[in-house]
Design a binder for this molecule. Structure first.
Ligand SMILES: *Cc1c(COP(=O)(O)O)cnc(C)c1O
Length: 387
């Protein structure tokens, strides 16, 4: 019988060595040895699947990749040193000079910089669509368009994009749909089910979940991953064996951690919604969320991020951050420790005022990555800071 998500996350493991270890060992090795001349020749000729050099593959990375493939329903994957290494290498492997990327406007800040500051160097063009205007997408597709790129829920506005509708558009026009699924984690949402061809994660966030390592991963069809692999084994963005080991262990607890993140986040969102110092609250599993029904359809729960706006704009915002006692002022998310961020002055400060407005970022907006502390303590800190 096919095993469930939690069981696979725990029981998927490299073959044991002759030491019969229970927990997977770390393969801290840059290269691997050959039995003889013929083995060496055949390995390099790719007549056999085996580890040669850790820039290409490493047992710890392979275990991590295998787990994420099972979670996402993917055939194969490649693990990277960071989420951005995954984003860049995946797109660079698939795009040629002259190609065009059609991307959602609300995307991770560094991905936006990649599209606007660096891809033009290689004559790769992009256009943006608004995530609540899917009807406009088809009008933006050109003969040069190769990839549709999006995230859901978005950062930092926690807007929801209809993945099934987007998947249909991509199929109809024979485009590669790439989804950055980092905000949801593979436990809450599997974009391949809705038509995504490739799924990218920053492993740095919920996958690690304890703010220790940077990592990234791309999974999808054998054919597309092969292209990503060919590019990446030459350009060298591979994940280190140590970080892969940490990540693979982290995935054993992903389901229980994310369940608690979501439970805490929903309680905080409900608290904020009833607070008179707050203008609005956005959380995918709040009934007031404009895309609540779609969120329910494509996600198991609402995720760890809650966005809200304090009454009184920038000044009230600054006072709020200066009054926070326990929560961390940091830019990370998906950590066991709750984090509050002010997107307008930090992660999205490089955007113009108009660009920020288009992505729904206002001066008084606060992003909370709800952690695993007791919810009463999280609410108590935010409540006193609002006061
Ligand atoms: C953090 C993040 C990334 C980049 O990941 P790094 O591991 O920091 O390089 C990409 N996409 C999203 C949605 C993220 O939150």
């Amino acid at each position: 019988m096919e095993k469930k998500f939690e069981t696979n996350a725990i029981r998927t493991q490299l073959e044991r060595t002759k030491n019969l270890e229970h927990s997977v060992p770390m393969y801290m090795t840059s290269s691997f040895v050959f039995e003889d001349a013929e083995d060496m020749r055949a390995s390099f000729a790719e007549e056999k699947e085996r580890n040669i050099y850790s820039r290409y593959s490493n047992p710890n990375s392979s275990e991590f990749i295998e787990k994420v493939c099972q979670m996402e329903g993917a055939e194969n994957g490649f693990a990277f040193a960071s989420g951005m290494a995954a984003v860049f290498s995946t797109l660079a492997a698939l795009l040629d000079s002259g190609d065009h990327v059609l991307s959602a406007r609300s995307i991770f800040g560094s991905t936006h910089s990649l599209f606007t500051n660096f891809f033009p160097k290689w004559n790769i063009d992009h256009s943006y669509f608004k995530i609540d205007d899917l009807d406009a997408i088809e009008g933006l597709i050109t003969p040069k368009t190769k990839i549709i790129y999006a995230e859901s829920p978005t950062n930092p506005g926690v807007d929801i994009l209809d993945l099934e509708a987007l998947g249909k558009i991509a199929k109809k026009h024979n485009l590669i749909l790439v989804i950055d699924n980092c905000f949801a984690s593979p436990y809450l949402q599997q974009p391949i089910k809705f038509g995504a061809d490739l799924v990218i994660h920053s492993g740095t966030k919920l996958m690690d979940g304890q703010g220790r390592v940077l990592a990234g991963i791309t999974v999808g069809s054998k054919e597309l991953i092969d292209k990503v692999y060919r590019f990446s084994r030459i350009t060298g963005p591979a994940l280190s064996p140590f970080n892969a080991w940490v990540l693979s262990k982290s995935l054993e607890t992903l389901a229980v951690r994310v369940d608690r993140h979501c439970e805490n986040a929903l309680k905080l969102a409900e608290f904020l919604e009833a607070n008179e110092k707050v203008n609005w609250v956005k959380y995918p599993f709040l009934k007031s969320h404009p895309k609540y029904e779609i969120a329910k359809k494509q996600m198991k729960a609402g995720g760890c991020v809650v966005a809200f706006e304090i009454k009184g704009g920038l000044q009230a915002g600054q006072k709020f951050f200066d009054s926070i006692k326990m929560l961390s002022l940091s830019a990370n998310l998906g950590d066991a420790r709750s984090i509050v961020t002010h997107p307008a002055s930090t992660t999205h400060s490089k955007l113009s005022v108009e660009e920020r407005a288009e992505t729904g970022i206002t001066d008084g907006m606060v992003r909370v990555s709800v952690g695993l502390e007791h919810i009463d303590d999280i609410i108590a800190d935010i409540s006193q800071a609002l006061g």
